[in-house]
Design a protein around this ligand. Structure first.
Ligand SMILES: *Cc1c(COP(=O)(O)O)cnc(C)c1O
Length: 353
């Protein structure tokens, strides 16, 4: 089956093979070398000198870790929809003080608005979603980060789960304190591992916060990684780590970052042109995602029928997410999807609608 859903994505054969490498001791030198190599490559991918931490959990694990370990006084969440809302809910579920500002679906967060909220001085943690997978909106990260830079007491956290590996993210020039992603979207790996970068400022914050939990405590993860030679506090998914290290090497040294990001742009352009000619796009202010397109079902296609017919042809189709389930459908164009594969998928849909 070919997956055109926004995660999990198809995983290349060679990556799957690497995933089945024989086990080693997670306390061995080899395990340290593996984690160190992943760190080095993630720093290249994210343009950062910040420390890289891994978690054997999907992205939600490290998102929860962030709210538990980094909010001291009060957090604020600027949400574009489902995933931003979920991050805020995690804060509340962990007994944290937090506020949320959600935009209407299809819009991005505006830097001036964020500035007007932060000016009030109530917050020490602010989170945004870089790429909202339910609406196909990519936030203007540079504009927003320029506002965040004015507030040195605030830890700036960014969910890049559905953009890392598909879009260039410059963690250091945006001064992102906590940047999180997971393996099963644009990185093209199976689900089960998440990755974050963390600044010294954020590490200092964890030291002030009590009751950070244990398994998801960012300070514990940091201490094992940095002070104990790239170890992990529990037993990590070494299989994912092998695959991630291998895949990052492919992205950086074989396909090359710029080519990968360019390919994602091209895939997005083709998808949007296709969708504009047949339906409407959900995005309202031109902040289009390069990794997923949300299409408004303006000609009332029977999406259940379409999905089932596509399944017969070997494709996994994605409808909308959450409250957009029946109003929209989504086309993921991320990870290792080729132009030819995308065009074949769109041509197949054309024969069915
Ligand atoms: C998929 C997704 C998540 C959740 O990540 P998991 O790895 O499934 O836990 C969070 N945020 C965004 C933007 C996503 O696309």
């Amino acid at each position: 089956m070919r997956l055109f859903i926004p995660g999990p994505v198809n995983v290349e054969e060679d990556v799957l093979k690497v995933m089945s490498s024989p086990m080693i001791s997670h306390r061995s030198k080899s395990a340290s070398c593996l984690q160190q190599s992943i760190s080095k490559n993630m720093q290249i991918l994210w343009n950062t000198k910040n420390s890289i931490l891994l978690s054997t959990s999907s992205g939600s694990g490290l998102m929860e870790a962030a709210v538990k370990s980094l909010i001291l006084k009060k957090g604020v969440f600027f949400s574009l929809g489902a995933f931003g809302n979920r991050w805020y809910e995690m804060a509340i579920a962990n007994g944290k003080e937090a506020d949320i500002y959600e935009v209407e679906e299809g819009y991005s967060n505006k830097a001036e608005f964020i500035d007007s909220i932060l000016k009030k001085g109530c917050y020490d943690f602010a989170a945004i979603t870089h790429n909202e997978t339910s609406t196909g909106v990519e936030n203007p990260l540079i504009d927003i980060s320029n506002v965040m830079k004015k507030y040195s007491e605030i830890i700036f956290a960014v969910d890049t789960v559905s953009s890392t590996g598909g879009v260039d993210i410059d963690v250091d020039s945006c001064k992102i304190d906590f940047c999180v992603t997971s393996t099963q979207k644009c990185l093209g790996l199976p689900p089960g591992l998440s990755i974050c970068s963390i600044s010294d400022k954020a590490i200092n914050r964890t030291k002030q916060v009590e009751n950070r939990g244990y398994y998801l405590d960012l300070l514990t993860l940091y201490e094992y990684t940095i002070n104990k030679d790239y170890q992990y506090p529990a037993t990590p998914s070494l299989s994912h780590m092998y695959a991630l290290d291998y895949k990052l090497n492919k992205i950086i040294n074989i396909e090359k970052k710029e080519n990968r990001f360019q390919r994602h742009k091209l895939l997005a352009d083709i998808t949007r042109d296709w969708a504009r000619d047949r339906y409407k796009l959900l995005v309202k202010d031109n902040n289009y995602s390069d990794t997923v397109t949300a299409v408004v079902n303006s000609r009332e296609t029977d999406l259940k029928m379409l999905s089932s017919k596509l399944k017969d042809q070997g494709y996994v189709f994605s409808n909308g997410y959450g409250k957009l389930k029946d109003k929209t459908f989504r086309i993921a164009h991320m990870a290792d999807t080729t132009i030819e594969e995308l065009k074949a998928y769109l041509e197949t849909i054309d024969k069915l609608i």
